[in-house]
Design a protein around this ligand. Structure first.
Ligand code: DGL
Length: 303
């Protein structure tokens, strides 16, 4: 029996891919699309650039509609599909859904509709179960991810002899979206999520949202070396590498590492700031309009 608890403090991971037949018409020099509800996918982009430096990348932050973790399922599927189609139209040869919430909720549906390979992300429950010595592990993820059938399936598969304490990270995505990765208020919020895990004997923490690796310094300040952090971004980059190799779509070596093309559905100022300060990438951000069924009415904009 899996031992799972949902925590209610005051209030690597696995990468997945489809088996679409090889698409011989795609150009290996075409870009890889990477998408997230906002800035969190930059943690995945960082790993992809390090693993696959010759790949051209287009990054889309759907910041106008973040956080997805507070949205309904249909909205998330609608945005994921619209952005996937937009990236295909931009010439993307593969798509990394660098968002646990969008993967958990909508990747199966979107996969059926796009003509390119999709690589999704999911919380690193398996590596946590393998690594935890105390057999107690915490999971921080969005509410949508934690309640998804995909996540529940992960727990059933890998949590047989490990206790998982699942905590929705309310407020954390919003903080990273405004480039707050260490204010006193944010630290207090993180502590309110981690202290019950530490009190319960957790020695491992799954960062089940791609925004959370940017909070690692704050988490380490609070937990010291008592928690081993599980971040799945390197595993995702390796999975992308395998998929591109299988499809014969690896980019040939280039003379210089190409700058990513950054796109945002919002004004992009925070994307530019986070990319510069945390990834050392100084690149312009294009504001893009990506309409979708659920966002054509004025009242659908981010609250
Ligand atoms: N980075 C997204 C994830 O991995 C955040 C989702 C949200 O916008 O709430 O789940």
């Amino acid at each position: 029996m899996a031992s799972v608890e949902t925590m209610t403090a005051s209030s690597p991971a696995s990468a997945t891919s489809a088996s679409i037949p090889p698409l011989t018409s795609l150009d290996p020099r075409a870009p890889v699309g990477i998408f997230d509800s906002g800035l969190g996918g930059l943690s995945v982009l960082r790993a992809v650039r390090s693993q696959l430096p010759d790949e051209a990348l287009i990054y889309v932050a759907d910041s106008l509609y973040a956080p997805y973790g507070e949205r309904d399922d249909d909205f998330i599927a609608d945005r994921t599909l619209a952005i996937g189609e937009w990236l295909v139209a931009q010439g993307a040869k593969a798509l990394v859904v660098a968002c646990n919430t969008a993967t958990a909720q909508s990747i199966a549906l979107v996969r059926e509709k796009l003509p390119i390979q999709l690589i999704g992300v999911e919380p690193g429950v398996k590596p946590a179960a393998l690594q935890s010595k105390s057999r107690v592990a915490g999971v921080l993820a969005t509410r949508v991810t934690l309640r998804s059938a995909r996540f529940q399936g992960l727990l059933e598969r890998y949590a047989s002899d490990c206790r998982f304490l699942c905590q929705p990270g309310h407020g954390l995505v919003e903080a990273v979206e405004r480039c707050d990765i260490g204010s006193p208020e944010l630290r207090a919020l993180i502590e309110s999520y981690l202290q019950p895990m530490l009190d319960a004997g957790a020695d491992t923490l799954v960062l089940g949202c791609t925004h959370y690796p940017f909070l690692d310094a704050a988490i380490r300040d609070i937990a010291g070396d008592r928690l081993t952090l599980i971040d799945t971004s390197v595993a995702i980059a390796r999975q992308l590498e395998r998929v591109l190799d299988q499809q014969g779509l690896r980019s040939p070596a280039r003379d210089a590492v190409p700058q990513p093309r950054f796109c945002s559905t919002s004004d992009g100022a925070h994307l530019k700031q986070l990319a510069a300060t945390l990834l050392d990438i100084d690149a312009p951000v294009e504001r893009v309009h990506i309409p979708s069924r659920r966002t054509i009415t004025p009242d659908s904009h981010a609250a």
